[in-house]
Design a protein around this ligand. Structure first.
Ligand SMILES: [Ca+2]
Length: 530
């Protein structure tokens, strides 16, 4: 049971990384001490051409860097593909500084760290550090990976396009397509006459109003609000309401004419803000939303100040989730999921971060080294999509570092068979999440069931670009974001109105660089469509 929980919590941590804010998340497999229990039984390796000298591949990564060179997983890959891997081991948090020093010294690895983003990609493309790759060649040498990508989001190929060339192998985080769902205090709902969560915006307003007026916590005092929001991170603020209007104010979307527009200045946002302001005036929105982060939201819910939180992902409705479910459960509150609310958009929309990420990058030298380039495609295809390669690089060795419980992998907890000891934990698998057919091994059946149930019928609101290198953004974005954050909060509280003041906000946003950003976004969108 202990082992089960570990795997379960690991899955949950990944989900939390995806659905809450990602930057602070890190892998939990690092542990110290010396290896004492190296595994002995190797899976069968295919026979390489015996006479050929192994190709040396310099493999840099910043995720679960193995402690030792020549570790178990590395050795298995080397045997199977007749290669010699040179590890460039970087730390998750500080890798960029370490890596810049390396690049400056002219040591360009063959495979680049998984956390490199689209800005790194553009910089390194301009500096002649990374290879441009032919998309058709990638697809023909990595057919299973290409199929896995197509199944999740074919648009992922667009992220690697910069200055008319493709600079990597598409990487996806499919869980990013699961959206935020509103969750409720179950007892409060019952106390105001609801057997199930509201399904429409109108019902939500009714619930929130009753949460204020009908003493849902039954303490005899009028001391509750309806909902709050994450004012410290406005992209996650009131997403259930904006989504009901078919918009996220912090995403690019297509308008009816097929043009890319910025959500924040659309009529949908204006209308959603008008509704939110009417709720604020009614006193059903907690005034402290402005300064709230997830910690404050959690506390307000657990202390029965609010009865709705709407920035949870499906994983947060697992009773072990540290965000809301568990802290609530600990004090006897059942936090239950609702579906996205039907509003003017007429469908169950949910805000999502999307699945697209910056691609996996390869060193410039590979442009002229076809043999090694093809070999790397072959290895990445195997570790990302083949069951043997996947299990090896994700979990190590069965019976040593993990056990099977049906399809589900249960990692062993002994330090000496940890990820950094044996070399598993995705260091050698930068595309380790693109293939959703592996979810049955990664995610506990109960969680898979919950995910399917909660996401059923939900439409993901996704930014039409996802990661994109934009010159105008580097110039104007910080200022534009501040302008929008400030306006949206003022519009909710009524300090600014959603008529003339919204028009003024829109004008000044466009004038302060927003129009240039939208123009560039349209140009990028068109380039990617070609
Ligand atoms: Ca009360």
């Amino acid at each position: 049971m202990k082992q089960l929980s570990r795997g379960w919590i690991g899955t949950l941590a990944l989900v939390l990384c995806a659905s809450l804010i990602m930057s602070a998340c890190s892998s939990g497999n690092g542990n110290g001490g010396a290896a004492t229990n190296a595994p002995k039984n190797s899976p069968e390796a295919s026979a390489p051409a015996k006479d050929e000298a192994p190709i040396e591949i310099v493999w840099a990564n910043n995720f679960n860097s193995p402690e030792e060179d020549g570790n178990y997983v590395q050795t298995e890959i080397e045997k199977k593909f007749n290669v010699k891997i040179k590890n460039v081991k970087l730390e998750r948090g500080t890798w960029r500084e370490q890596f810049s020093v390396l690049l400056a010294s002219g040591d360009i690895p063959d495979i680049f760290p998984v956390d490199a983003n689209e800005t790194d990609m553009a910089l390194w493309a301009d500096q002649n550090v990374i290879a441009s790759l032919d998309q058709d060649e990638v697809k023909s040498h990595m057919p299973k990976a290409a199929a896995a990508i197509a199944e999740v989001d074919e648009g992922a190929w667009g992220v690697g396009i910069y200055k008319g060339k493709n600079w990597g192998i598409p990487k996806l985080w499919p869980n990013g397509l699961s959206g935020f769902l509103p969750g409720y205090n179950e007892a409060w709902l019952k106390n105001v006459g609801y057997d199930a969560p509201p399904t429409t915006l109108e019902e939500l307003e009714d619930v929130l109003t009753k949460f204020v007026n009908e003493d849902p916590d039954r303490n005899g005092a009028k001391d509750t609000y309806g909902m709050s929001a994450r004012g410290k991170l406005p992209i996650q603020m009131f997403t259930s309401v904006f989504a009901a209007y078919g918009v996220s104010p912090y995403q690019f979307k297509l308008d009816d004419a097929g043009q890319v527009v910025w959500g924040g200045i659309t009529e949908e946002t204006r209308e959603a803000l008008a509704l939110l302001n009417s709720w604020y005036k009614k006193g059903i929105i907690h005034p402290e939303f402005i300064t709230s982060d997830n910690g404050e939201l959690n506390t307000a819910f657990v202390n029965q100040k609010i009865g709705v939180i709407d920035n949870a992902g499906w994983g947060n409705f697992n009773k072990l989730s540290g965000y809301i479910s568990k802290p609530a459960d600990d004090v006897g509150i059942n936090y239950i999921p609702g579906k996205p609310l039907i509003g003017p958009a007429g469908q169950m929309n949910a805000f999502t971060y999307g699945a697209r990420q910056a691609p996996v990058l390869l060193g410039k030298q590979l442009e002229k080294d076809e043999k090694k380039r093809h070999k790397i495609y072959e290895i990445l295809e195997w570790v990302a999509t083949d069951k043997e390669g996947y299990f090896l690089t994700a979990w190590g060795q069965e019976g040593v570092s993990y056990d099977m419980e049906g399809d589900f992998v249960v990692g062993r907890t002994e330090e000496e068979v940890g990820a950094t000891k044996l070399g598993y934990g995705y260091f050698y698998n930068p595309l380790g999440h693109i293939d959703t057919s592996k979810d049955i091994h990664k995610t506990h059946p109960d969680d898979l069931e919950r995910k399917a149930l909660l996401n059923e019928g939900v439409i993901s609101l996704v930014d039409v670009l996802g990661p994109a290198v934009m010159e105008t953004k580097s110039q104007y974005w910080a200022n534009l974001t501040t302008l929008q954050d400030t306006f949206i909060i003022k519009a909710v509280t009524g300090e600014a109105n959603t008529e003339g003041d919204f028009d003024k906000f829109k004008e000044s946003w466009l004038r302060a660089g927003g129009q240039a950003v939208i123009d560039e976004a349209n140009a990028i969108y068109k380039e990617r469509q070609q």
